[in-house]
Design a protein around this ligand. Structure first.
Ligand SMILES: [Ca+2]
Length: 366
């Protein structure tokens, strides 16, 4: 699924932007196994004609029938399907996603504002004992947990106000990515059936991203954790569950807490920029191939004249790094370490990953 790298939601409210980001990231991570829709019953007579699109009510009636066949509890289905609503605004938001001409230097100050940095430092201090415990358990530095929390939901302040089942049913009905959103609808039913959250409280972005970590239902099922041990994975209101879930996501993407995410660098005059990861929207496997093409040891990058921002030599550490030019040859340059790949699994956007790294660095900056 194509994730547009040029950030398209600048100017939209933060909650929409973060939902969109998470939704985009999750597409790459989700394998889709559901059948194509069988709800548009084709009249036998008009073979050449397009079948009329069913109404939303007809569509959800078929969805309910499928849910019943899958064996969900009747009371749960009554609860969900009695209040399933079509959201015109969800479809509009999904269709617009404007490409905004944005560079890292205009994007970063908006996403990692002074206010956000101040808040991140405050929450980092406030929750440090809990964060350190969770960080140790999952092998993730706490500052990255706080950075993702801050960028996804502004520290839990903006999680989205849409009923998740309604948003997902609307997007499935809309049809352009029906298989994906239909599966996410059933994933949401699974989460409700497990009792982690009530139907009334299952809120999130128009794109289906839920709670303080803005997980799609598939990400919730794969990564959410019960951080406080009360038996529920509550990424909406329970801070320990939120932190553990974010950390567990990274752990499952091979996070290494002995290294950081990467660093901004200076390239020498006349540098061969073909050594950088080549740009373009790709499936994750193809993108990882391009990463491997660019990856070299820090010693090699040093030899090629790459320097820290302050002009000094790169750290003398035996590790691999790939060169990233988010805005092309004329823009800012970064060396990404292996953790960079984990963050690109969360959301495959160089801008997003750079903002996570930058905020995480700012949290512990002197
Ligand atoms: Ca819990």
């Amino acid at each position: 699924m194509k994730l547009k790298l040029a950030l398209k939601h600048i100017g939209l409210p933060v909650l929409i932007a973060s939902g969109l980001l998470t939704a985009g990231g999750s597409f790459a991570a989700t394998s889709q196994t559901t059948n194509q829709s069988e709800t548009t019953s084709q009249p036998e007579t008009a073979a050449a004609e397009q079948p009329a699109k069913p109404s939303f009510e007809q569509y959800t009636a078929a969805l309910r029938q499928e849910a019943e066949q899958k064996g969900y509890d009747k009371a749960l289905l009554d609860d969900v399907f009695s209040s399933l609503t079509f959201h015109e605004r969800v479809v509009k938001a999904d269709q617009s996603q404007p490409e905004v001409v944005e560079t890292l230097s205009t994007y970063l100050p908006k996403r990692v504002s002074e206010i956000r940095i101040t808040m991140a430092r405050g929450f980092y201090q406030q929750y440090l004992p809990q964060l350190e415990k969770i960080g140790e358990k999952y092998g993730v530095q706490p500052r990255f947990i706080v950075a993702l929390w801050g960028l996804e939901s502004s520290f839990g302040r903006f999680m989205g106000t849409y009923s998740i089942p309604s948003a997902l049913a609307t997007l499935a009905y809309d049809g352009r990515r029906e298989t994906f959103f239909r599966q996410e609808f059933f994933n949401a039913l699974d989460i409700l059936a497990e009792g982690h959250i009530s139907f009334a409280d299952m809120k999130g972005s128009w794109a289906g991203a839920m709670g303080q970590s803005q997980f799609m239902p598939s990400s919730f099922l794969a990564y959410a954790q019960d951080g406080d041990g009360d038996g529920k994975k509550d990424i909406w209101t329970n801070q320990l569950d939120v932190f553990a879930s974010i950390a567990n996501y990274l752990k499952n993407q091979d996070w290494d807490n002995s290294i950081t995410w990467g660093r901004e660098v200076i390239l020498p005059e006349g540098f061969d920029t073909s050594l950088a990861i080549q740009r373009g929207s790709l499936a994750r496997s193809a993108w990882l191939g391009r990463w491997n093409d660019s990856a070299r040891s820090l010693a090699k990058w040093n030899e090629l004249g790459v320097r820290r921002l302050n002009g000094t030599a790169l750290p003398e550490r035996q590790m691999q790094a790939a060169l990233i030019l988010p805005d092309g040859d004329a823009g800012r340059a970064f060396l990404g370490y292996d953790n960079y790949k984990s963050l690109m699994h969360w959301n495959r956007s160089y801008y997003f990953v750079t903002s996570v790294g930058h905020l995480a660095d700012q949290i512990i900056a002197e």
